[in-house]
Ligand binder design. Structure first.
Ligand SMILES: Nc1nc2c(c(=O)[nH]1)N[C@H]1C(S)=C(S)[C@@H](COP(=O)(O)O)O[C@H]1N2
Ligand SMILES: [Mo]
Length: 201
């Protein structure tokens, strides 16, 4: 009689709730690195985070001040347009709501800019309401340079290219200004649940 063994072929995979996986995506356990260029390494002493553009008063925090802003630790799922999704990723950082608290603006759009020159555009609405953060810790450790350290934008409800690594600031704008991938043909908003991958979607 055959002995049915559950086997020891590596760690058992956790059951994935299909309702958590957007259309066309598959779940990965590793954390792929996707960068359009080399990894910048800006010393913390030269790092600051700036909000400017169509605002009454621009604001800027050097690293030590940024780090002491009220932070949140939270667990979210992330979805890359190249079709991998990673569930239950844990981050620590500052909510964009907190960063925008003192900011008066007529702007409806934001361009996130980074060391290295990458940009991505978002509706201000998509950064507000507790759905976007500037994070500096992943899984309880300082964010690795390859994944955007010292700090990256995290907008988990949109495809991961909107989560700009090595972020240094937000420019608030009256008109929407497509960023690096958006100019190259990717969707302007990138909602994974609507599978908004390319312009034509
Ligand atoms: N500055 C910058 N941010 C970036 C990118 C980049 O090339 N440069 N790539 C984007 C893309 S396409 C993805 S999928 C994620 C990848 O993040 P990861 O390398 O931490 O997985 O970062 C996004 N943010
Ligand atoms: Mo991506």
């Amino acid at each position: 009689m055959a002995h049915i063994s559950r086997g020891f072929r590596g760690r058992p995979r956790r059951e994935v709730d299909p309702a958590r996986v957007p259309p066309g995506q598959y779940v990965v356990n590793d954390f792929p690195v996707l960068s359009a260029g080399p990894t910048p390494r800006t010393p913390l002493g030269e790092w600051s985070f700036t909000i400017h553009g169509a605002v009454d008063d621009p604001v800027s925090w050097p690293w030590e001040e940024f780090e002491s802003l009220p932070s949140e630790t939270f667990t979210v799922d992330i979805h890359c347009v190249t079709k991998w999704s990673k569930l239950d990723t844990r981050w620590t950082g500052v909510s964009v709501d907190t960063l925008l608290e003192g900011v008066t603006t007529e702007a409806a759009y934001v361009s996130a800019w980074c060391d290295g020159g990458y940009t991505t555009n978002l509706a201000l609405e998509d950064l507000a309401g507790g759905r976007a953060w500037v994070v500096y810790e992943y899984a309880g450790e300082p964010l690795e340079p390859e994944h955007g350290g010292p700090a990256r934008l995290l907008v988990p409800h949109l495809y991961f290219w909107k989560s700009a690594k090595w972020i240094r600031g937000l420019t608030l704008t009256l008109e929407d200004e497509p960023g690096f991938w958006e100019t190259a043909g990717y969707h302007n908003r990138g909602d994974p649940w609507r599978e908004q991958r390319y312009w034509s979607d």
